[in-house]
Design a protein around this ligand. Sequence first.
Ligand SMILES: [Zn+2]
Length: 445
Amino acid sequence: MSSLRRGKLGTSAVLSLLNNDRARRSRSTFLSIYAVLCLLSCACSTATLAEDAPNWSLLAPFQRTMTRAEFQSRLDRVFSPGGAFQKFLVYTNDGVSVFNDEQHKQRLYRIEFATDTRPEVKRAFKTLEELPALKNPPEQPLRGLRIALDPGHIGGEFARMEERLFKMSNGPGEQEAVQNLIVARLLAPQLQRAGATVLFTKNDFRPVTDSKPEQFRELAEKHVRENDATRPDVRAMGELAREAFLLDATRKRMELEFYRNAELRARASLVNDKLRPDLTLCIHFNATGDDGRPAPDNRLMVMIHGNYSADSVDTPQRKFELLWKLLENSHPTELAAADAISCVMGADLKLPPEPARPGPNAAATGNNPYLCVRNLIANRLYHGPVIYLEPYYQNNPTTYARLLAGDYDGEREFGGQRLRSIFREYADAVAHGVIEFYAHHTVAR
Ligand SMILES: [Zn+2]
């Protein structure tokens, strides 16, 4: 998706709301030849405005759990390969101080490095090293594991607001939230049969957050005042047109704060405080955004966490979030699981990877072409290993027809091909990948 270009149509209002870090962010766009708003890419990594001051003491259990070499390597290869975060650090022999400013005047926290003995960390998830202790029977490779399914987007009455109502030509609209939920519901029993405890972040079309868009009016007005109102193209508008544009931009910003920021933070609280999974699977469908054209094929992209850019480490909260994800040490497990699952999915679904994109992905992904390292709200805020799945392109004509067909038994014909339900195909491939990955580590030999 980072290879996608921004849609050419009147998306400035929407895009202006996707503040910061735009170059690496998924794009929403309007398809010019299609009838309705549709969002083409799901991964949401927009900056958050409503941030609390971080509670640094929450990092205390991670003190002396990583050596300097481990910390630096993880930072340089995965979390901050561009060097953005390193500017805020000052190393000494036995630790590293994290500053709020590049001049190193305002210290936020100090992390001490591991020496010979490391304290045991109580994590909510099992690391790769802990999996063999499960000693599972071959028919129950997921026994003792908690797997959270996070079907993307709210859907229902919120689908238009979220810009996740997809429609090609004069066809009917398809809500991505529906597609994701169908897959999650087909996937859950397969994982349960293999012994897993399966947990849903949501299982209907109601928001997890109790917030309402209107609550974010003040925040939205501030954002629009500081960003949209100062843009040359907006300043050049006629007075009435500018007033109307800014009111609309404010509404969109309030909605974005609701369905993206507040919703994903609410899901994160659920995952971190209640579900406490060993693995979270974020379930989405992808789409391309080039000039509104139908996608000629389908591909698979699987995202893991990392790649913080300069504007995603600019506040104490962001620095805290990076350090939490680095120090909780979910990366090795997340990478190993994503590596295995993406390869199985690619083979089962016969989907090639997206074209190679420039950037530091290769170092962090072991050159698995399906994997992309992204700093998304969900995989940043959810504790533990998080794998963000984005197979298919909704705007591929065959895929669109298959999505419209819904879930069904057996096969149906699409353009001369007999094909299974796309939802079963997707769910089966994920189940296959998850079971194969864990079986390798958990089954007693
Ligand atoms: Zn999505």
